[in-house]
Design a protein around this ligand. Structure first.
Ligand code: NAI
Length: 688
């Protein structure tokens, strides 16, 4: 058997300690699998070993199979082979578990005859999160050990548990600060006659728990196959012989592994992990973040200040006047109340943290702050006034704007040193949403960019660097898809239909439902701003403006595209349809019913074409960045991997042909992105 660089073993008395050593997370790859088989053979040949202790080097057992190998042909030995070898070892194998023991890591531990966990251990089978099911016995061994009901509460949603709970449910046998020492001290007699987990009696079936798990999976991970398959497989533990169920588990794992859902989820998983300070900025020191200023304490400013304070920064919040300060204070109190209610922070700590936030009108005493973020009204003049004041008041700080659409370069023009302005586009609610668009202006310095990345790290957000254009990546694409939807309405689609097909595709909410929820006024103000520069040749539907002019600003107004009673939608707003009919007539369109598929496809093609333009213009650096923005900021279904990952599953050739067909009907709106044309000609996808 090949030498393994990731597995080492040594003797302590009559015990052999086999260690998995592949930093940072001991992700199980071929080298580990081959190494484990070799180590087991060597230990068995030793003749004096009475027990084997399987542990992870460092503070981790194994965080799961290496998903990077999913794209490669399966190399032997596979994990089921290793699991079987562990379970049939000629001497007892004890798992000594610290830190993450997840997925394939837990499947290894389940093949051991005794499990000892440190209090920090985290155990679970999170495979469904990557679009697969456990493929090495997890769905069969876990229910044998902890019962059907508990297994059904873990595997289908990928829920992990801590050591204490694992001990309580019988997943581990013992808890100890030093699991290896405890494994050495364990009297071997305690293990005598202990059957391997696979030979434990089959669990009783639990049809009600299965029903409940299915309902929950459909609610929380709608349209995804892996959770439902996991529920089915766990059920087999009660109805099928172990070996038969194991075969079915493996076949299901391999099928899902090669499918679109797993490919998409893996793509997003790796994109998230890759979203961090790029190599070119690694050596650039960021501004210190221990003291920060937020200007504007409205919806966004309060959320940003809250996130900063929660991350341990000393925050000063600046508002226009005393009345606005009071409102900001109340908003902040509301955020802390919610955090306490949700158990995120203890009341006493929350009070102290909130008490330490300084609220002030004016810019006195902020000259030592490292970073100032403005979140004032979305108005160029207001923003420039604020930046002019900051230029003097905070001469050394990195300055950031949370603008949604406005030109960072134009803003930077009012600074003596324009290089210190960077866009930091948070998403609402700013303390919850993970995405942070870092907007690189023409003159933004590396220092300012590095500060943006450092902030993302401190706030545990996902940074995506973008260039300057109207709306950057996310809002630019949102505008485009809204335009496409508006025109579909004129052509014959219905508001409810658009929302329904989007939900059917996997969005949690449709476009119009989302607009009602966030309020229609921001986009309306933005359209008015763009009015003067809009191409008069470009088809434009006035319906969206008429809805706003009527005061139907969404849920908060009790009426938008839908009607709301006590904040709940009770039906479509009946007054919208006549507006649509009149606008269609004005455009000379005879409305015709549109098929659901055609509606969804048009929306997707609009998104994909715009994304391709954004990529081609260099506004985004990589397809994965655009996918991250859409998944984390705009509700694009994660299991579809983002618009460009999804585009690859459609095929760039087909996309080119369909956009070309649309271009014939409306050449102003539909201009095929040159990038799609090039990719299609080369037979390539966006992610190639
Ligand atoms: P908001 O209207 O809730 O808050 C703006 C705050 O700025 C108000 O409290 C106002 O009193 C304060 N303000 C105005 N002029 C000021 C000045 N000269 N000095 C100090 N404070 C001043 O607006 P919101 O929604 O918080 O938006 C703020 C910024 O964030 C805008 O640029 C917006 O485009 C952007 N944004 C908004 C998102 C949203 O969903 N609301 C999402 C992402 C970005």
């Amino acid at each position: 058997m090949a030498n393994s660089s990731s597995i080492r073993h040594h003797r302590i008395g009559s015990a052999a300690v086999i260690e998995i050593n592949r930093p940072p997370v001991n992700a199980i790859n071929h080298d580990i699998r081959a190494g484990l088989i070799a180590a087991l053979a060597a230990v068995a040949a030793d003749g004096e070993v009475e027990r084997i202790i399987l542990a992870g080097a460092g503070d981790i057992f194994a965080a799961g199979a290496d998903a990077g190998e999913f794209d490669l042909p399966m190399m032997q030995p596979d994990l089921p082979t290793v699991v079987a070898a562990l379970e049939s070892a000629p001497m007892p194998v004890i798992a000594a578990i610290k830190g993450a023991c997840l997925g394939g890591g837990l499947e290894l531990a389940l093949a051991c005859c005794w499990r000892i966990a440190a209090p920090t251990a985290q155990l679970g089978l999170p495979e469904v999160i990557l679009g697969v099911v456990p493929g090495s016995g997890g769905t069969q061994r876990l229910p044998r050990l902890v019962g059907m009901k508990t297994a059904l509460s873990m595997i289908p949603e990928g829920r992990g548990i801590r050591a204490a709970e694992a001990l309580e449910i019988g997943l581990v046998d013992q808890q100890d600060d030093d699991p290896v020492a405890a494994a050495l001290a364990l009297p071997l007699a305690d293990l005598d006659g202990r059957p391997p987990v696979s030979r434990l009696p089959a669990p009783s079936s639990a049809p009600e728990a299965a029903e409940a798990a299915l309902a929950k999976a459909r609610r929380r991970m709608p349209r995804q196959r892996a959770p439902e398959e996991a529920i089915r497989l766990v059920g087999l533990a009660a109805s099928h012989a172990f070996d038969d169920a194991l075969k079915e588990e493996r076949a299901t794992f391999l099928r899902l592994r090669d499918g679109d859902e797993c490919r998409a989820l893996r793509h997003i998983f790796f994109a998230e992990r890759g979203a961090r300070t790029p190599a070119r900025l690694k050596a650039v020191p960021p501004a210190p973040l221990d003291s920060t200023i937020v200007v504007g304490g409205g919806t966004m400013g309060a959320g940003i200040a809250h996130a900063l304070a929660r991350a341990g920064s000393a925050v000063t919040l600046i508002e226009r006047d005393d009345a606005a300060l009071d409102a900001a204070r109340q908003r902040m109190a509301g955020l802390y109340d919610a955090a306490v209610r949700r158990g995120l922070v203890q009341a006493r700590l929350a009070a102290a943290e909130q008490g330490a936030i300084r609220f002030q009108a004016g810019y006195d005493g902020i000259d030592t702050a490292g970073l100032v973020i403005e979140a004032v009204f979305e108005d160029m003049q207001v923003k420039r006034n604020v930046l002019t004041a900051l230029d003097r008041a905070a001469p050394d700080a990195v300055l950031a704007s949370n603008t949604s659409y406005l030109d960072i370069d134009l803003m930077a023009g009012c600074l003596a040193d324009p290089s210190r302005l960077v866009g930091l586009h948070f998403f609402s609610p700013a303390h919850i949403m993970k995405l942070l668009e870092i907007v690189r202006g023409a003159r933004t310095s590396d220092h300012a960019l590095a500060t943006g990345y450092a902030l993302a790290k401190r706030l545990r957000k996902i940074p995506v660097e973008v260039g300057v254009c109207d709306g950057f990546v996310g809002n630019r694409m949102l505008q485009r898809v809204r335009e496409a939807a508006e025109l579909l309405l004129l052509d014959g689609a219905e508001v409810v239909q658009i929302d329904r097909v989007m939900r059917g595709f996997g969005y949690a909410m449709g476009l119009y439902e989302t607009q009602d929820m966030s309020g229609l006024d921001i986009a309306w103000a933005n359209r008015r701003r763009q009015q003067a520069t809009r191409d008069p040749e470009r088809r434009y539907s006035k319906v969206q403006d008429q809805v706003c002019e009527a005061g139907w600003l969404g849920r908060k107004a009790g009426r938008g595209w839908y009607i709301y009673e006590d904040g709940k939608p009770v039906g479509l707003n009946p007054d919208v349809a006549p507006l649509v009919a009149a606008e269609s007539a004005r455009h000379g369109i005879t409305r015709q019913a549109l098929a659901d598929d055609a509606v969804m496809q048009t929306l997707l093609l609009a998104l994909i074409n715009e994304a391709a333009c954004i990529l081609d213009e260099g506004i985004a650096g990589a397809a994965a960045d655009i996918d991250l923005v859409l998944v984390h900021g705009y509700g694009f279904p994660r299991f579809r991997g983002g618009p460009l990952c999804h585009a690859d599953s459609m095929g760039t050739g087909m996309i080119r042909d369909r956009i070309a067909a649309l271009q014939k009907t409306d050449p102003v709106i539909w201009k095929l992105s040159p990038l799609i044309d090039r990719l299609a000609a080369a037979g390539k996808g966006f992610l190639d």
